[in-house]
Design a protein around this ligand. Structure first.
Ligand SMILES: [Zn+2]
Length: 263
C-alpha cells in the first residue's frame, strides 16, 4: 500500500495534478463535468474565496475586514478545523458568508479509493452542519487535485466542484505587495480569487513531528501578508466597479439557478 502510494506520487499523472493545482487549467476530461471555473464573463462580479480554515488566528481578522468593506466571501473549510473551532465556522455563516467543503483532513482525493473520498466529504459535511446548521453544496478539492473518477464521485454525491481563476499565491508566503499586484493583474469579470485563511496539512496549532517537518519543507503558513493585502485588493476591485459576491451568486448569474448560501 505504502509502496503503491509512493510509486503513484511519482507517476506522470500525479505530476499533472500537482501542476494543475498551481494554475488550474481545464484538462480534456474536465469538459465532461459540470464544475465551476468562473462566473459570467459579461458581468463585473468577482468572488473572493478562502481555503483551509477556520483558523482561530486569521479567520476572525478576515471576517472583520470583509464586514467593514461590506462584502461577502466564500470559505472552503476543512472538517477537521471545523471540529476544532466550530464557533468560528458558525460566526462565518452568521455573517452571511458562503461555506464550502474542503474535505475533512485536506486529503489528496485522487489517491483515495471511492469509499474514502466519500468519507472525507461526508465527515466534513457533518462537521460543517453541526457547527452552522447548514450542509454545504460546494466542494473544492484540496490543492485542486482531481481526476475523472474523483469528479464523477463528487458529482454522484450531488456536489458542485469549484476551482479558481486567480491565484493570490499567498500560500507561498510572498509580501503583501506581491499578493496585491499578482492578484489584481489577473482579475476580470467572473474571476474566482483563491486566498488562504488557514493552514493546509501541516497545522501551526499542532506540534507533531509530521507538522514540524511539513512546515519546514513547505514553509510556515503565515497569513499575516494575506490579511495586510486583502483591504487593498477589495477596495481596488470595488473602485474598479466590480461587485464582490459569493461563488453561489456567480453560479446564479448563469440563470435559472437558485442562490446558494451554504446548501
Ligand atoms: Zn487547501
Amino acid at each position: 500500500m505504502v509502496l503503491s502510494i509512493a510509486l503513484s506520487l511519482f507517476a506522470g499523472s500525479t505530476l499533472a495534478w500537482l501542476f494543475s493545482a498551481m494554475a488550474p487549467r481545464k484538462a480534456l476530461f474536465d469538459l465532461f463535468f459540470d464544475t465551476i471555473w468562473a462566473g459570467n464573463s459579461r458581468i463585473p462580479s468577482v468572488a473572493i474565496t478562502f481555503d483551509d480554515g477556520p483558523s482561530p488566528i486569521y479567520t476572525p481578522r478576515i471576517s472583520t475586514i470583509l464586514r467593514s468593506c461590506g462584502v461577502r466571501g466564500t470559505f472552503f473549510l476543512t472538517g477537521k478545523n471545523v471540529d476544532r473551532y466550530p464557533q468560528i465556522a458558525a460566526a462565518l455563516h452568521e455573517e452571511g458568508h458562503m461555506i464550502g467543503n474542503h474535505s475533512y483532513s485536506h486529503a489528496i482525493l485522487p489517491l483515495l479509493p471511492d469509499a474514502e473520498i466519500e468519507r472525507e466529504i461526508v465527515l466534513a459535511d457533518e462537521a460543517i452542519e453541526r457547527a452552522t446548521g447548514c450542509r454545504p453544496y460546494l466542494v473544492r478539492p484540496p490543492y485542486g487535485y482531481r481526476s475523472p473518477r474523483v469528479l464523477r464521485k463528487l458529482q454522484n454525491m450531488g456536489k458542485r466542484v469549484v476551482f479558481w481563476t486567480t491565484m493570490s499565491w499567498d500560500w507561498a508566503n510572498p509580501s503583501a505587495g506581491a499578493i496585491v499586484s499578482r492578484t489584481l493583474a489577473n482579475v476580470k469579470n467572473g474571476s474566482i480569487i483563491l486566498f488562504h485563511d488557514g493552514e493546509g496539512k501541516y497545522l501551526e496549532t499542532h506540534s507533531t513531528l509530521v507538522d514540524v517537518v511539513g512546515r519546514y519543507i513547505f514553509g510556515a503558513k503565515d497569513r499575516d501578508q494575506t490579511i495586510k493585502a486583502l483591504p487593498f485588493i477589495i477596495i481596488h476591485l470595488l473602485n474598479e466597479g466590480y461587485r464582490l459576491v459569493t461563488v453561489g451568486d456567480l453560479v446564479a448569474q448563469f440563470g435559472g439557478q437558485e442562490r446558494y448560501l451554504c446548501l
